[in-house]
Design a protein around this ligand. Structure first.
Ligand SMILES: *Cc1c(COP(=O)(O)O)cnc(C)c1O
Length: 228
């Protein structure tokens, strides 16, 4: 079996290859998605220099945050669906939430963010392909929702997140990803005073296409930790 160290290095190499291929001179952050994987594997990835980890399930994520509290500089990103009665543990334990898909979730996260922690970084999840099965705001809703979210005191709107529908070719993959990039540019133009620097898109299968279209955070699970 290939080690986490090797797979982590291969993933970093793929990110850098894509950056070179598409002329990206800015950084692309690797978010290691550790859902369903034991805390010990997160610790191992940390030992090989990985700092940002993504979790999808509230209880599992909160447990890992506690277990690994000794790891300095570790950064926890919540990327899964959130029920409104589960916002408190997320607000208390995580540094980022990528999957804000309702205004109510944003306002509860802001309300419940402990005063002794820095503001919670959030992204609005966009249902970029208008899929009935996926949560997220429609592209048309994003500007208006952003206006309401930025008024909330204890969260900082950093950008947008999407999980596009699967496509066969890189060319096809790039279409919705490009639409996300354009949407972020609209937001940046509308709110030039905000730190809107984040496009969270690209997973194991569409990472290169996402980097081509301006992803700043790619979310990779299987390629690092193996199949779930
Ligand atoms: C699971 C998950 C990932 C990682 O997916 P892999 O196919 O394992 O790389 C990325 N983003 C989200 C939102 C996920 O739920």
């Amino acid at each position: 079996m290939t080690s986490i160290e090797t797979r982590l290095q291969q993933t970093r190499d793929s990110i850098n290859e894509a950056r070179e291929r598409f002329g990206r001179t800015d950084a692309v952050q690797l978010l290691a998605v550790s859902k369903t994987k034991p805390a010990e594997q997160v610790r191992e990835a940390y030992q090989y220099g990985q700092r940002a980890f993504g979790e999808n399930y509230v209880q599992e994520g909160v447990d890992k945050v506690k277990t690994l509290a000794d790891l300095e500089g570790i950064e926890w990103h919540f990327i899964g669906p959130i029920q409104s009665n589960k916002t408190r543990p997320v607000a208390e334990s995580f540094d980022w939430v990528h999957s804000v898909d309702r205004l109510k979730i944003a306002s509860r996260l802001s309300e419940q963010r402990p005063a002794d922690l820095p503001p919670l970084n959030i992204c609005l999840q966009v249902n970029i392909d208008n899929e009935a099965s996926k949560s997220g705001f429609t592209p048309e809703q994003v500007l208006e929702v952003a206006e309401q979210v930025i008024a909330l005191p204890n969260i900082v709107l950093r950008g947008l997140m999407a999980i596009p529908a699967p496509s066969e070719t890189e060319e096809e993959q790039r279409k919705p990803l490009r639409a996300m990039s354009e949407l972020l540019h609209e937001l940046q133009k509308r709110f030039p005073e905000l730190p809107l620097d984040t496009l969270s898109m690209g997973m194991s299968d569409d990472m290169a296409a996402a980097i081509a279209e301006g992803a700043t955070i790619v979310r990779v699970g299987t390629a690092i930790f193996g199949a779930r």
